[in-house]
Design a protein around this ligand. Structure first.
Ligand code: HPA
Ligand code: ZN
Length: 319
């Protein structure tokens, strides 16, 4: 039995496996510039975050209808459940779809067809987190928040993703203020490729409750002290860090040192179709390569529920 866990850092568009990409391409009459699934897999060699994002956005062309988003989410939830995920807080990138002429309602309602039945069907409770693309303008983010207003009963929080360097959190101050006023929870990617100062800004300016990645926070001892003191959860993604070359090899990953320092770490998959593993695979990899023992693995799993947006006691007791 895999360890029960919550997944808190997962981009639903990053769960698009080559098989499903080709099936959806055929269903929607979209042509992909790859001869077959193997040729597509060959493209999964990334230099950095941007080289991954180029393919990630390109493949989204196959996602067009509610049913496509439903199928995508159901495929993820089934795989996650098989690896012990009992609760998933799922990111989506509406601007990447709106820009292709796919409406907010198509994305949210499509995802909801799967998320709304997930507890019964997969044994996985869910939350939906809408991310803003930080390499787009703040005005575009604000328009996206406006477009989401009819769907706020389905959306728990907002996040910030895409190309980090050169796009500091402060750029999104107003949109995060507006999101908070709407009662939305707040998270942001920071310290993946960007400097520790972006982590500080995400906390101080955007008021986030968790930091997605936060790996580079380790470069600033005063920041580490603050994150430990305030129990700020970090949603780490070890296999992603290897594939995007944020660390040289998994053996070099600072997770054990971060846990030893008292940081509230969680382990997640980020974009599992692209990075070689789902949540349980990431747990297995850190166990096997970083030598984390049972106690540490249980700590990571416990942290994942504590850091989640599950609110009522009943939800937590059900774990
Ligand atoms: N970082 C930033 N943006 C992203 C990622 C990531 O790991 N995955 C999908 N969008
Ligand atoms: Zn991410």
């Amino acid at each position: 039995m895999p360890l029960p866990k919550a997944e808190l850092h997962l981009h639903i568009e990053g769960t698009l496996e080559p098989e499903l990409a080709f099936a959806l391409a055929a269903r929607n009459g979209v042509s992909l510039p790859y001869a077959d699934e193997d040729a597509l897999r060959e493209a999964y060699r990334f230099e950095d975050l941007q080289s991954f994002l180029n393919l990630y956005y390109e493949l989204m062309a196959v996602l067009r209808t509610e049913r496509d988003f439903e199928d995508l989410a159901n495929a993820y939830l089934a795989r996650a459940a098989a690896q012990g995920v009992r609760h998933a807080e799922i990111f989506f990138d509406p601007q990447a779809h709106l820009a292709r002429g796919v409406e907010m309602g198509t994305v949210v309602e499509g995802l909801w067809r799967a998320l709304g039945t997930s507890r019964d069907r997969h044994g996985v409770s869910t939350r939906l987190i809408m991310c803003f693309l930080r390499d787009e303008s703040a005005e575009s983010a604000m328009r996206t928040l406006d477009a989401a207003k009819p769907y706020l009963d389905r959306i728990t929080g907002v996040g910030l993703d895409s190309a980090e360097v050169g796009h500091p959190p402060v750029k999104f101050r107003e949109v995060y203020e507006a999101a908070a006023a709407l009662g939305l929870r707040r998270v942001a990617h920071a310290g993946e490729e960007g400097p520790p100062a972006y982590v500080v800004e995400a906390l101080d300016v955007l008021g986030v409750e968790r930091i997605d990645h936060g790996l580079r926070a380790t470069e600033d001892p005063a920041l580490v002290e603050r994150l430990v003191r305030d129990r700020v959860p970090l949603t780490l993604c070890p296999l992603s860090n290897v594939r995007l070359r944020t660390v040289d090899t998994l053996a070099d990953h600072p997770l054990p040192a971060m846990l030893d320092a008292g940081l509230m770490c969680t382990v997640n998959s980020d974009d599992p179709a692209y990075f070689g593993g789902y949540a349980g695979d990431n747990f297995d990899a850190v166990r096997d390569t970083l030598g984390l023992g049972e106690d540490r693995l249980r700590e990571l799993a416990r942290n994942s529920f504590l850091a989640s947006f599950l609110e009522d006691e009943e939800d937590l007791r059900a774990r």
